[in-house]
Write a protein that binds this ligand. Structure first.
Ligand code: NAD
Length: 263
């Protein structure tokens, strides 16, 4: 049996068919989940409605996470169709371009810091808080992070600070929600060419370095992240919470030196 059969899962962050959230939707749909989606702004409504239809869903909601009102409305509107939520996927990230385009301190301003943290970090626990009336024992919430949360990665800069906060929120949510049987986890994905990633200076070099130095000797795909996400959203992972799972071909955890460094 498909392992997400009967689960209702809200997926944010689908922007294109290269989005990590699209890979998650593919895997969750394949495993039998019912899906709902969010988009940001009217001009993306048709596009996301088409993606939703691909996955047998007609539930699409406008939600810009910089607005408390839109976050609240999302879950009020969703509750008109679903009386509970088994899974919530937060695949949202943004930093002003100048914050991820040069030296860390050159792009560091109070405003860049605020925007990156507001959209990329605050929004996860804020959305979970708004979703709480719909979450129930067995529900699972999930966000997407990157190695820049725990290591200094050139040009990731202020986004790395926001991801560190996001990863901390995974743990605080796990502690707070565990008493209700609700789990909170993150996936730290290796670099993947998406619209958000293309804003990071020299992202191509990051891709090449990761592929050259990972034990699997390649980059990961949105399908591989999607499969890991489906597992974390499912009862198969019922004993796992507060965790950051690395889906990065082993890049961050395994190698000291790489054989190519000897060439
Ligand atoms: P993407 O561009 O496809 O998705 C980013 C999403 O963030 C978009 O859907 C966009 O609409 C949404 N977003 C931005 N501002 C928003 C706002 N104010 N309100 C609501 N949504 C907003 O790129 P992606 O790489 O699939 O990004 C998804 C997540 O994965 C992000 O958190 C990103 O940091 C993370 N991630 C990406 C990589 C990578 O290399 N691509 C690696 C690790 C983690």
């Amino acid at each position: 049996m498909a392992f997400l059969q009967g689960k209702k899962i809200l997926i944010t962050g689908v922007l294109s068919n290269r989005s990590i959230a699209y890979g998650i939707a593919k895997a969750a749909h394949r495993e039998g989940a019912e899906l709902a989606f969010t988009y940001v702004g009217e001009r993306f409504k048709d596009r996301i409605t088409e993606f939703a239809a691909e996955f047998g869903s007609n539930l699409v909601f406008d939600c810009d996470v910089t607005s408390d009102e839109q976050i609240a409305n999302l879950f009020t509107d969703l509750a008109k169709s679903w009386d509970s939520l088994d899974g919530f996927v937060h695949a949202i990230g943004f930093a002003p371009r100048e914050a991820i385009a040069g030296e860390f301190l050159d792009g560091l301003t109070r405003e860049n810091f605020r925007v990156a943290h507001d959209i990329s970090a605050y929004s996860f626990p804020a959305m979970v808080k708004a979703a709480l009336p719909l979450l129930k024992p067995g529900s699972s919430v999930l966000t997407l992070s990157y190695l820049g949360a725990v290591r200094a990665i050139p040009y990731y800069n202020t986004m790395g600070l926001a991801k560190a906060s996001l990863e901390a929120s995974v743990r605080y949510l796990a502690e707070n929600l565990g008493q209700h049987g609700i789990r909170s986890n993150g996936i730290s994905a290796g670099p993947i060419k998406t619209l958000a990633a293309s804003g990071i200076k020299d992202f191509g070099k990051l891709l090449g370095f990761a592929a050259g130095h990972a034990p699997l000797r390649r980059n990961v795909t949105i399908e591989e992240v999607g499969n890991a996400a489906a597992f974390l959203l499912s009862d198969l992972s019922s004993g796992i919470t507060g965790d950051i799972m690395y889906v990065d071909g082993g890049f961050s955890h395994v190698m000291g030196l790489n054989s190519s460094d000897y060439e």
